[in-house]
Design a protein around this ligand. Structure first.
Ligand code: NAD
Ligand code: DAU
Length: 351
């Protein structure tokens, strides 16, 4: 038995791979293109571990994907690989269409060919798990109920439009070809190995460097935050028992404004790593808003709880404290990411 994980050197993918091996010896083939967001240092603890087989490559490379499927015969594919940053999608949407839409299409076609040729039990247990986002549902009014799985798709950014397109492809490959798929739509993750271009790690890293903490617009936008290991446990639950053709929303029941998030991060840093210059909130600056900025996301995660018994283990308080501790304890990881040292290593290793 083997899993094929795509994007397993990114933030959530690497957390998933590390968590997986805490509880299982089932091997993982990890296909990742190592874009700026992929970082093998996240997986350094698996060096020499025969259970982890890393392959540097693109999900859009049909020949490569065909050969990995033929060689490793995975019982499931967990598809994390994507361009994931909304701001980057606004500045340069092409990469998002290439990986999130065309890449997912290629992966689905390769998977279909592999699955059609399967027989017996291997075929009946096989599944393709598509990892997606709550952003496909669009933006909620302040008093609107949280997104259920039946909420209409109303993506507003190039990123969310590309993820919505990929969700539709996955749905259509199930409906038309019978491909055994399941999709999960998750809220904002945070935790270890989060690339410091996203809100929480950026605020921690900038605060420690004495740099400005840029809050977009009025900072009253709401996100529903989930500690990354809870996302990983939800994916394991859906992999084990999720019904084929279904979608499951995953969220933390933790709606917070960006203003609240930044103030909480500052307060934790004041406690754990005080600055001689005074409270970290002194660094907060309000900057021009993100174009098309979604006002509020909130996930109704009752379906996954009802059907699979999953609930997050962390509260926001426990998760954010662990996260701030992790960044304080991993200054080297941050320095390598910021200096590009990890890219130099990748170039040396892979040419
Ligand atoms: P990330 O940007 O940290 O990592 C993405 C990974 O995919 C990187 O390792 C990158 O090298 C790899 N990748 C990119 N293009 C590739 C390609 N063409 N072929 C192979 N690998 C490629 O992203 P993340 O935050 O870990 O998100 C993982 C998945 O979860 C994405 O699909 C994202 O849409 C989804 N998601 C993220 C969040 C979140 O809060 N971060 C929430 C819900 C859903
Ligand atoms: O909701 C799930 C999504 O969460 C995932 O699908 C995406 O891959 C992931 O990047 C994340 O998207 P967001 O746009 O919500 O995350 P980000 O960390 O970029 O921003 C969170 C909020 O903070 C958002 O309202 C914008 C705001 N923000 C962000 C940055 C980077 C700021 O105010 N200042 C900043 O510097």
């Amino acid at each position: 038995m083997t899993l094929l994980v795509t994007g397993g050197a990114g933030f959530i993918g690497s957390n998933f791979v590390l968590d997986w091996f805490k509880a299982s010896d089932e091997p993982i083939v990890n296909l990742d293109a190592l874009t700026y967001a992929g970082n093998l240092a996240n997986l350094a603890s698996l060096q020499g571990d025969a259970r982890h087989h890393f392959v540097k490559g693109d999900i859009g490379d049909r020949e490569l994907v065909d050969s990995l499927l033929a060689t490793h015969r995975p019982r499931a594919i967990l598809h994390f690989a994507a361009e994931s940053h909304v701001d980057r999608s606004i500045h340069g949407p092409a990469a998002f269409m290439k990986t999130n839409v065309e890449g997912t299409f290629t992966l689905l076609e390769a998977t279909r060919a592999y699955w059609v040729a399967m027989t017996g039990e291997a075929k009946s247990v096989f599944r393709f798990h598509h990892v997606s986002t709550d952003e496909v549902y669009g933006s909620l009014k302040p008093d609107a109920p949280a997104f259920t799985e039946a909420h209409p798709y109303e993506p507003n950014s190039p990123y969310s439009a590309s993820k919505a397109a990929s969700d539709h492809l996955v749905r259509a490959w199930h409906h038309t070809y019978g491909l055994p798929v399941v999709t999960t739509n998750c809220s904002n993750n945070y935790g270890p190995y989060h690339f410091p271009e996203k809100l929480i790690p950026l605020m921690i890293v900038n605060a420690l460097a004495g740099k400005p903490l840029p809050i977009y617009g009025d900072g009253q936008q709401v996100r529903d935050w989930l500690f990354v290991s809870d996302h990983c446990s939800a994916i394991r639950a859906v992999l084990a028992g999720g019904r084929l053709g279904e979608t499951y929303n995953i969220g933390g029941w933790n709606e917070k404004t960006n203003h609240e998030i930044v103030h909480r991060v500052c307060a934790l840093l004041d406690e754990l790593s005080p600055s001689a210059a005074g409270p970290y909130t002194r660094l907060i600056t309000h900057v021009t808003d993100r174009p098309g900025h979604d006002r509020r996301y909130a996930i109704d995660a009752r379906k996954i709880e009802r059907e699979l018994g999953w609930r997050p283990a962390e509260t926001f308080e426990t998760g954010i404290r662990k996260t701030v501790h992790w960044y304080l304890d991993h200054a080297d990881w941050v320095a390598d990411v910021q200096s590009g040292a990890y890219r130099a290593w990748v170039d040396k290793q892979y040419g």
